[in-house]
Design a protein around this ligand. Sequence first.
Ligand code: AMP
Length: 585
Amino acid sequence: MTSKIIRKSEKSFATSNMQDYEEVYGSFAWEEARARLDGFDNGCLNIAHECVDRHVAQGRGERVAIRWVGKDDTTKDLTYRDLRDLTNRFANIIAKHGAQRGDSLFCMMGRLPEVYVSALGSMKAGLTFSPLFAAFGPDPIRSRMEIGKATVLVTTEALYNRKIKSWRSEVPSLKLVLLVNCKGTPPDGCLSLDQEMEAASDTFETVHTKLEDKALIHFTSGTTGKPKGAVHVHGAIIAHAETGRIALDMQDGDVFWCTADPGWVTGTSYGIISPLANGLTLIVDEAEFNAKRWYRLLETQKVNIWYTAPTAIRMLMAAGRDLAADHDFSDLRFMSSVGEPLNAEAVIWGEDVFGHPFHDNWWQTETGGIMLANYASMDVKPGSMGKPLPGIVASIVEKDPSGKIVELTEPMKIGELALRSGWPSMMRAYLDEEARYNKCFVEGWYLTDDLAKRDADGYYWFVGRADDLIKSSGHLIGPFEVESAIIEHPAVSEVAVIGLPDPQAGEIVKAYVALNPGQTPDEALELDIRAHARKRLGPAVAPRQIVFRKSLPKTRSGKIMRRLLKARELGLPEGDISTLESDEA
Ligand code: AMP
C-alpha cells in the first residue's frame, strides 16, 4: 500500500457528473436512475431501444455511435441512425429464419462492426445475446454453446471453418448460422450475413421486453465443473447506464474508448451498452495491443474517457514513456482500469504521462456492472479499488463456525468482499445450475469469492481470490477447463493447473503433468502437449508453462491440491497438509 494520495482539483469536482460522493451515496435511489431512461409505456424496457432508437427519436440520430478503426487504419462511422437501421435489419433476419423471443444468439468474431449490430439486433428481437472470445479454441466454444443452448450463431467464415464446422451437427439446438465476410457461396447450412442484410427491411418494432426478461448470458469460469452462464436481464441497463455516468463520468457526446474485447463482460457492459445508453461515441479498434498505435488513437480520435486494463497499462509502461512524449492528450478527461489488481505505480504513472491517474474499479461477470470505484471527484489512494457505487452496499465479511455471516467492521481486517443483493445488473441465475447460484447468496449478501480489506476512510483494497481461479491478462480462467483439455492428450494421466504471478499478465497458467506408464517426459512430449492445449483451448487459455511430475499432490478424497503446488512454487507456507496422500516430484 502506498501512502501517496492523489488529491483532486476543484475543477474535476465541478465538471464531473458526481460532485460529492458522500452526498450522492447517501441520497441515491435506483428509481431515479431508471427515470433517466426511456422505457415503453407499459413499464417494459429493452436494452437496444435505450442504446439506439431512443437517441434517434430524441434528435441524436446524426451523432456517431461507433467509430470503427480497422487494422489497416481505415475508419467507418456508424451514426445512431445507421445503427438503428442496421439492428432493425438484423432483427428482421433472425425473426424471418425462425428465431424466437427467449432463444439465444451467440456471437464470435474479432472487433468488427457486426458484433455491435448482432448484440443490439438480437436484444431488439427479444433474444439473449452471448459473446464469445474469438481466440477461444473449439472446446471452450462448444461447451459454452451447449450450456447456452445456442439457437443462432454469428461468426466469420474463417472462424466457422476452423473452430465450429467439425462438431456443428452435434449441437442440435443450433438452427441458424450467419457468416460475416463470406466469400462466394456460404458453407452448407450457413447464410451470408452481408447478403441477408442487403435484402432485409430496415424497419422493426422492438420487442417490449420486461425488466426481468433475460437479455445477456456471460460465461465465466468455475474452479470445478463446467463454465457458468451468468444470466443478466434487460433491467440491468439501469445499472450499466448509471455506473457509466457515475464511475466513468460519461457525459453526453463524449468520445469513449473501452479497450476490452466484447467477448468478455467488460466489452459488453462498458464496450457497448453503458456508453451507447449515455449517448457517447465509441471507438472500436480492430487491432490488437500496440503501444504506438494506442497513443496515436488516443490523440487522433480525441478520446475523452478511456477504460482499459492493468495488463495493457503495464505493457505501455514497459514500452517506455518516450513513446508517449510527442502526443497531445488534452482531450482525455478520465482514465480508468478494471479486471485485475492495478499496482499503485501504474496509477501514478498515469498521472505523470497523461496528467490523470488511472481510476481503478472493481466488478465481476456476476455483478454485471461496476461495484467499487475511484471517482472523478474523489481523492485517489493508488492501489485501492475505491469505494462502493451509490446504490451498492459493500462489506468485508467472514463466516462464523456456525456458517453465519459476520461483518468485519474493524479497518484493514481481511475477509471476503460481499455486496447486499438487489442491484439491477446482478446476475439472476447460472444457467441450469440453481444450486451453484444459490451458494453465492447468504443471508441477503452476494459473496464475491474475492478477499479484500477496507481502510478507515472506507476505501477497499484487493487481497486475492478465495478460490483457484486464474486471472491472466484480465481473463478469468478456470483450472478445471484447462485440465480437462490436457488430460485428453494420450500421454497424460493426471494434470493440475495453477496461476503464477507474472509482471505483465498478472498471472500465467502453469500445468503440472503426470504421464501414463511408458511415456518419456522429454521436450518433444512437452511441445506436443502444449500444441494440443493451444489447439483445444486457444492461446489465451492454454498453459504457458508445462512441467512433468511423477504424481500430483492429492487429498485422501482424491482432490488435487492446487494450492499446495502454488505454495511450493512461490516458497510460501504449505498450510494444512493433513489430508495429503500421494505426492512425488
Ligand atoms: P470477471 O468475472 O472475468 O470479470 O473477473 C472478475 C474478477 O476479476 C474479480 O472477482 C476479481 O478477482 C478480479 N478483478 C476485477 N477487477 C479487479 C480490480 N480492480 N482489482 C483486483 N481484482 C479485480
